[in-house]
Design a binder for this molecule. Sequence first.
Ligand SMILES: CC(C)(COP(=O)(O)OP(=O)(O)OC[C@H]1O[C@@H](n2cnc3c(N)ncnc32)[C@H](O)[C@@H]1OP(=O)(O)O)[C@@H](O)C(=O)NCCC(=O)NCCS
Length: 372
Amino acid sequence: MNRAAITGTGIYVPPHTISNEELVAAFNAYVRDWNLRNDAGIATGALAQKQESSVDFIEKASGIKQRYVIDKDGVLDPARMYPRFRERPNEARSLMAEIAVAAGSAALRQAGRSVDDVDGVICAAANMQRAYPAMAIEIQHALGIGGFGFDMNVACSSATFALDQAVNAVRCGTVRAMLVVNPEITSAHLEWRDRDCHFIFGDVCTAAVVARADAAPAGSWEVLGTRLATRFSSSIRNNFGFMNRCEDGDPDARDKLFAQEGRKVFKEVCPLAAEHIAAHLAQHDIAPDGVRRYWLHQANLSMNQLIARRLLGRDATTDQAPVILDEFANTSSAGSIIAFHRHRADLAAGDIGVICSFGAGYSIGSVVVRRL
Ligand SMILES: CC(C)(COP(=O)(O)OP(=O)(O)OC[C@H]1O[C@@H](n2cnc3c(N)ncnc32)[C@H](O)[C@@H]1OP(=O)(O)O)[C@@H](O)C(=O)NCCC(=O)NCCS
């Protein structure tokens, strides 16, 4: 068996930010207009009046202060409230491939690898732009990588599950190196008109190169182990799919976008994630306190604080468990990879870290790494 390492990461950050203030102003304009247009139904009790959102609530409940989006105007137009993307002809590069190429190229540069050193691409994200051909194959073609590519979706855990696949492929010698990309265009699956969740998500793309540790440059991150777990739950769900047309329902119904029971998710996922990480560390004879840094999934600040407290028996500092969700919001599977990308340069050789994602499925994936 070869030893595997993460030798480089990259990120594509969209050009626009939306602050909570801008988001709430647009949402509240939509609500006032909706209530006005539906005042007759509201007066008879047939319709419930929509409630306004608040910046204060968003920051206290989630820790999110802003998010990046690929299109801002469509999201903030109270008459639209979702991004506006140009339909591209088959000959043009698709949007997901475009951002994956940007992040993937950056990861290859950081890893000091050329495309000729890589034997495959995994595109792992909570949503795919189309059914087929696989996004990964378009990305592989655009970058000029040989070998093979495939897509996979485990929602918020797509990135860690893909790292597991890439690590195993390198360990077994199926590939010399693998590029994992996570283009998360969450603005397109979010119901921006739903007060309970309109503030949650942001767009981004992350990428990581996994290669043999024996040839990895100093400062790379040897993967000591990966651990994956899933337990079925409908608490986070999106019923959009290729059979919608055949079901003769409403293609724009609320359940065809992201929906969740946020409080239930919070209560159920925190203990699962903490137990998962503790068990994974125990497999490697590492005490939770022996971990220099936790790069956790970035959905909710209190959630991360609770998980770290359960693990360590005390509050974690932001040095031990860095936060990027204030800037990026929840970027689905990319969140823990952004944290890893942004907050690792200060660690020393031999330091141990844990990348961990958790979310819809439920799914939990952890990757224990040691700096070379
Ligand atoms: C979504 C989340 C931030 C909501 O926070 P919360 O503290 O659970 O808030 P609740 O949904 O219980 O709402 C509390 C109250 O605020 C209200 N509220 C909800 N959204 C609001 C908003 N945007 N502005 C003002 N008030 C709001 C609710 O209606 C509710 O009012 P009520 O008490 O009168 O019923 C939180 O549950 C969460 O992050 N959960 C985990 C989500 C997660 O990790 N998901 C993974 C996705 S990949």
